[in-house]
Design a protein around this ligand. Structure first.
Ligand SMILES: Cc1cc2nc3c(=O)[nH]c(=O)nc-3n(C[C@H](O)[C@H](O)[C@H](O)COP(=O)(O)OP(=O)(O)OC[C@H]3O[C@@H](n4cnc5c(N)ncnc54)[C@H](O)[C@@H]3O)c2cc1C
Length: 523
C-alpha cells in the first residue's frame, strides 16, 4: 500500500477541523483534512460567532464573508422562554444585543451565522490556502510512534503525518482509542432536531436571531429562525429513560409538535432534516496524547445554552494551528505543544460549567449542579479569558479566571486590549496589527532594533510596532490600556494573547527578549 505524507492529518471537517486546517495551511503547513460525510454540515447547529471568533476569522480574511451570509448579524439576538411562539412568555433572557455589547473591547462585531453557512466559507479559505480536504473519507485506524502517526483511511490510503488532530466530534473514536477518560455530569437531555421550511408569518421577528426555549405541556424544546428565510430549527426533548427512542418521533408527530410550538394548527412544514442529539457536559481529562490532539467536541461537549460549543471549537482549532506551525517550522520546541492542554482545558471547563448553569435557568430547573463549578460572566469568558502556561510570563496570580474585557488590564495571559488606532490615515483596531506572527507593541523607540535582532537570530517572525510612529493613537488610550509607561512594551503571541510585558524601559532589551522568547517557545 502506498503511503502519503503530510505534516498534520485532521480527522473531521467540522468547525474545529476546518479552522485548524485553514490556519495551518495559511502558515504554509501541509495539512490533510478527512471527513466521513460527503460535505459540510446541513444543520445550522452552532449559530453565532463571538467577537473573539470573528477576530480569528479576520486574521484569515473571512470575517466580512461570515457577516455577509447572515442578514441577522447586525440586528441582534432575542432569547425568550415561553409556552409557544404565540403563548405565554415566562421570561425574556435577552431583548437585543445591547447586553452583549462588546464594542468597547474589540473592533470586531458579533456574527450570527449558522454552521451550515459558515463551514463552506472555512472550507473554501482552507483550500485556497492549500489545505487538502477529502470528504466521504473516514479515518479507520491509526497508530502513533515517537516520530509520527500512521493512519488508514476508508479509501484504502495510508497516511503518514507528524501530528494528528482529532476533531472528530463528541463521540470521538480517536479519543476512545487513546483511552482518554472524560469527566462531567454526562447526558442532561436528549432531543430530536428538525430543520423545516414554512411560512410562520410574523411569529418570529425578521432579521433577528429569535430564539425561543419552549416549555409546553406537550413538550420541552426550542425553536429558532436561520439565515435562510423561511427555514427554522425546531427541537423537542425525548426521554430514553422512559423507554422512548427517536423512532417514536416520526415526521407526523414532529409536524404536530411544530404546529403546537408555533400556534399554527394548519401549518404544513416541509421537513428537510431530522436527527437525534444528546445534550451533555463532558471534558476530556487530557487534550493530548503524544502526537495526537483533541479539539472541539472531541475535547469537550457542552450544552448549547450559551452558544459556546462552536466558538470553543474554533478557538481550539486556531490554538493548535499556531502552536503546531511554530513547532513544525522549528521556531518552537515541542514543549510549546503542552500549553495547548494547559490553556484550552480550563477554558473548556468554564464553558461547560457556565452552559450548565444556563441550561438549568432556561430549560432544566431540576438539574442537580451541586458538583459543578461556578459559572462565569459570559462576556468575560468571550474576551476576558485568561491563559496560564509556560507560553505566558504571568505577572501576578490573582487566581481569577477572567477579567472584565471592557476594563482590560493588559496583563500577560489576557487578550491584547483593543485600542482604536490609525494606520496610514485609516481607522483600525490594534487587533488588526495582530494574528500573523509575534508582535511587539512598544511605547518608545528602544525596542525596534532589539526585535529585529532577536527575530534575525531566532528565525521567529517578530514585528515591532511603535505607537506614534507605526500607528496613531488618536484617543491616547494605548499606554493606559496596555499598562505601559514610556519605554515599556507588550509582547503579543500569534493568537493575540499578551505573553510578556515590561511596563518601562529595561537594560539589555535584546538579551532579555531573546531569553524570554526562548522560554515562551520552549526552545
Ligand atoms: C443538532 C445539534 C445542534 C447544535 N446546536 C448548537 C448550538 O445551538 N450552539 C452551539 O454552540 N453548539 C451547538 N451544537 C454543537 C456544535 O455544533 C458543536 O459544538 C460544534 O459543531 C463542534 O464542532 P467540531 O468540529 O468539534 O465537531 P463536529 O461539528 O461534530 O464535527 C466532527 C466531524 O468529524 C467527522 N468524523 C467523526 N469521525 C470521523 C472519522 N473517523 N473519520 C472522518 N470524519 C469523522 C464527523 O462526521 C463530523 O463532521 C449543536 C450540535 C448538534 C448536533
Amino acid at each position: 500500500m502506498s503511503e502519503e505524507q503530510t505534516d498534520v492529518l485532521i480527522t473531521g471537517a467540522g468547525l474545529a477541523g476546518l479552522t485548524a486546517g485553514m490556519f495551518l495551511a495559511q502558515q504554509g503547513v501541509s495539512v490533510l483534512v478527512v471527513e466521513r460525510h460527503p460535505g459540510t454540515s446541513l444543520h445550522p447547529r452552532a449559530s453565532g460567532q463571538t467577537p473573539r471568533t470573528m477576530e480569528l476569522y479576520r486574521w484569515a480574511g473571512i470575517d466580512g464573508e461570515v457577516l455577509g451570509v447572515s442578514k441577522r448579524a447586525s440586528q441582534g439576538l432575542r432569547i425568550t422562554i415561553a409556552s409557544s411562539l404565540g403563548g405565554q412568555v415566562f421570561h425574556r433572557i435577552l431583548e437585543d444585543m445591547s447586553e452583549l455589547d462588546l464594542s468597547a473591547a474589540t473592533g470586531v462585531p458579533w456574527g450570527m451565522a449558522g454552521q451550515d453557512v459558515v463551514e463552506p466559507i472555512l472550507l473554501a479559505r482552507a483550500q485556497k490556502f492549500g489545505a487538502q480536504v477529502r470528504f466521504s473519507t473516514t479515518l479507520v485506524s491509526f497508530e502513533q510512534d515517537d516520530d509520527g502517526v500512521t493512519a488508514e483511511l476508508s479509501d484504502g490510503r495510508r497516511i503518514r503525518a507528524k501530528y494528528l488532530v482529532a476533531a472528530d466530534g463528541g463521540r470521538s473514536g480517536i479519543r476512545e482509542q487513546l483511552g482518554i477518560p472524560v469527566d462531567g455530569i454526562g447526558a442532561i437531555g436528549h432531543s430530536i432536531g428538525v430543520v423545516f421550511e414554512a411560512d410562520l408569518g410574523d411569529r418570529l421577528t425578521p432579521d433577528v436571531t429569535d430564539l425561543y426555549y419552549l416549555q409546553n405541556p406537550r413538550f420541552t424544546g426550542a425553536l429558532v429562525n436561520t439565515d435562510v428565510p423561511g427555514r427554522y430549527v425546531f427541537a423537542t426533548d425525548y426521554h430514553p429513560e422512559r423507554g422512548e427512542t427517536a423512532d417514536d418521533y416520526p415526521h407526523e408527530r414532529l409536524v404536530e409538535l411544530i404546529r403546537v410550538a408555533t400556534d399554527l394548527p394548519e401549518l404544513e412544514p416541509e421537513i428537510r432534516w431530522t436527527g437525534a442529539w444528546e445534550m451533555a457536559a463532558r471534558v476530556a481529562r487530557r487534550f493530548r496524547s503524544g502526537r495526537v490532539f483533541l479539539a472541539g467536541d472531541a475535547a469537550k461537549v457542552t450544552p448549547p445554552t450559551g452558544g459556546m460549543g462552536g466558538n470553543t471549537a474554533v478557538g481550539d482549532g486556531h490554538d493548535l494551528a499556531w502552536k503546531l506551525a511554530a513547532v513544525l517550522r522549528g521556531e518552537a520546541g515541542p514543549g510549546l505543544l503542552d500549553t495547548y492542554d494547559a490553556e484550552r482545558r480550563p477554558i473548556a471547563q468554564l464553558v461547560v460549567n457556565t452552559s450548565l448553569h444556563n441550561a438549568k435557568q432556561r430549560m432544566a430547573p431540576e438539574l442537580d449542579l451541586s458538583g459543578v463549578g461556578e459559572p462565569v460572566d459570559q462576556t468575560a469568558l468571550t474576551l476576558g479569558f485568561r491563559y496560564r502556561s509556560t507560553a505566558v510570563r504571568t505577572e501576578d496570580d490573582d487566581a481569577r479566571p477572567t477579567e472584565n474585557p471592557n476594563q482590560p488590564s493588559g496583563r500577560p495571559g489576557f487578550r491584547a486590549p483593543h485600542v482604536p488606532i490609525v494606520v496610514d490615515g485609516v481607522p483600525k483596531s490594534t487587533v488588526d496589527l495582530l494574528g500573523r506572527g509575534w508582535v511587539l507593541l512598544a511605547n518608545g523607540p528602544q525596542w525596534t532594533s532589539a526585535a529585529r535582532e532577536v527575530s534575525a537570530s531566532t528565525g521567529v517572525p517578530l514585528t515591532c510596532l511603535e505607537v506614534g510612529t507605526d500607528f496613531g493613537d488618536p484617543e491616547a488610550l494605548f499606554a493606559a490600556r496596555y499598562g505601559l509607561e514610556p519605554g515599556g512594551m507588550s509582547l503579543i503571541r500569534p493568537d493575540g494573547i499578551v505573553a510578556w510585558r515590561t511596563t518601562g524601559p529595561i537594560e539589555d532589551p535584546a538579551g532579555r527578549l531573546w531569553d524570554v522568547l526562548g522560554d515562551l517557545l520552549s526552545r
